[in-house]
Write a protein that binds this ligand. Structure first.
Ligand code: SAH
Length: 376
């Protein structure tokens, strides 16, 4: 999944967010109540093929078993689980999409197996523990939307001790890339500021009020929007100019909310292209369906959202602009310190900081530069 909500949810003073449910519903869940949004996910072939293979190539994990689908949306994963032979599927969905899921299960002849329950998974009470938890919880750059928190909650409450998670593992990646997106964003920013300056002149001329006192605030609002927010893009693999590195690995069976609340990593990214402009870093993720140690998958399946010449996924990649860009050549390395924490205003959005430092092949080391970025 990957929705585009924005706005604020309340946070507590303790660090762990005290989420205001109504605000969260208005800002986050509402988008998932639209079929057009569910359809966008259902049309993502890479996503669909991965989950479909994961279920049907591992049918023994489902046959005769009890399954919980966290965030069933249209019901697709619950229906597949039933078709693969599950004895019972609890399909939990917070939004009114639950009604559509119910209808779809009926129309596909699995209403006796798929029980759709409308509510948040944090609140529902199931009559029994489950053998499998399946969920498509991944947001942009894996953790945006913080939905994995809900999967952890469901796992701790309802998964049997020898139960299996679908997916079972997740990883976040960072890579050095070349892109013209920074120049484009700079142009857009300049256009927005030129337009503001005209607006200030016009408002003074026609209405006798000088708006210039707000120019600084307008500038910083637009800087955040155009220059400091990460950018969604489906990159071509040849835009990646060096080695990608894993910055986070998650074992879905054991991870806690504390493990994912913050991501911190330090990586060396070797450059593999002669003469390139390192304009940004790109972030993406993959997840794996491996079953568990006791119950390994018959066939391991991967869902990968890396740059791909065949088009990619609805998640694309996130582009983090580096200001300034660096001239790099083969043999150079970029040392990156990365941190990502949840935004104070909205726990489903992320604040990031990158410190990057060029180590030339010759041994020359450049000063470290720090850039803040928002994943909104
Ligand atoms: N499983 C579907 C939908 C994935 S999108 C598919 O693969 O196509 C994620 C869905 O989870 C959304 O419909 C959203 O409303 C729901 N969701 C997110 N957090 C939830 C929670 N805590 N409890 C119940 N549903 C949730």
């Amino acid at each position: 999944m990957a929705s585009l909500p924005n706005g604020a949810a309340a946070t507590g003073s303790s660090g762990a967010p005290a989420v205001d449910k109504e605000v969260d519903f208005a800002n986050y869940f509402c988008t998932y109540a639209y079929l057009y949004h569910q359809k966008e996910m259902l049309c993502d072939r890479v996503r669909m093929d991965a989950y479909h293979s994961a279920v049907f190539r591992n049918a023994p994990h489902f046959r005769g078993k009890v399954v919980l689908d966290v965030g069933t949306g249209s019901g697709i994963l619950a229906i597949w689980s039933a078709q693969a032979g599950a004895r019972k599927v609890y399909a939990v969905e917070a939004t009114d999409m639950a009604e559509h899921a119910r209808e779809l299960a009926r129309a596909n002849g699995v209403a006796d197996i798929v029980e759709v329950i409308q509510g948040t998974v944090e609140d529902v009470v199931l009559p029994e523990k489950v053998d499998v938890i399946i969920s498509e919880w991944m947001g942009y750059f894996l953790l945006r939307e913080s939905m994995f928190d809900s999967v952890i909650c469901a796992r701790d409450r309802w998964l049997k001790p020898d139960g299996v998670m679908y997916p079972s593992h997740a990883r976040m990646w960072l890579a050095p890339i070349r892109t013209g997106l920074g120049d484009k964003k700079m142009e857009d920013f300049d256009i927005a500021m030129d337009d503001w300056n005209l607006f200030v002149e016009d408002t003074q001329a026609y209405y006798g009020v000088n708006m210039n006192a707000l120019t600084k605030a307008y500038r910083s609002e637009n800087e955040k929007y155009y220059l400091k927010s990460s950018i969604w893009n489906n990159l071509h693999p040849n835009q990646v100019i060096g080695q990608a590195a894993v910055i986070k690995e998650i074992d879905c069976l054991t991870a806690t909310v504390d493990d994912i609340r913050e991501v911190r990593a330090q990586v060396m990214l070797p450059i593999s292209l002669d003469e390139a402009r390192l304009a940004a870093l790109a972030g993406w993720f993959d997840v794996h369906f491996r079953g568990s140690k006791q119950n390994p998958a018959v066939e391991e399946v991967e869902l990968n959202t890396a740059p791909n010449e065949r088009g990619g996924t609805h998640w694309g990649q996130q582009v983090f602009l580096l200001k300034p860009p660096l001239k790099v050549t083969r043999g150079d390395s970029v040392k990156v310190s990365f941190s990502m924490v949840r935004s104070k205003e909205n726990h489903r959005l992320m604040d990031m900081e990158f410190t990057y430092e060029l180590h030339e092949f010759s041994g020359k080391q450049h000063p470290a530069i720090t850039t803040k970025m928002y994943l909104e």
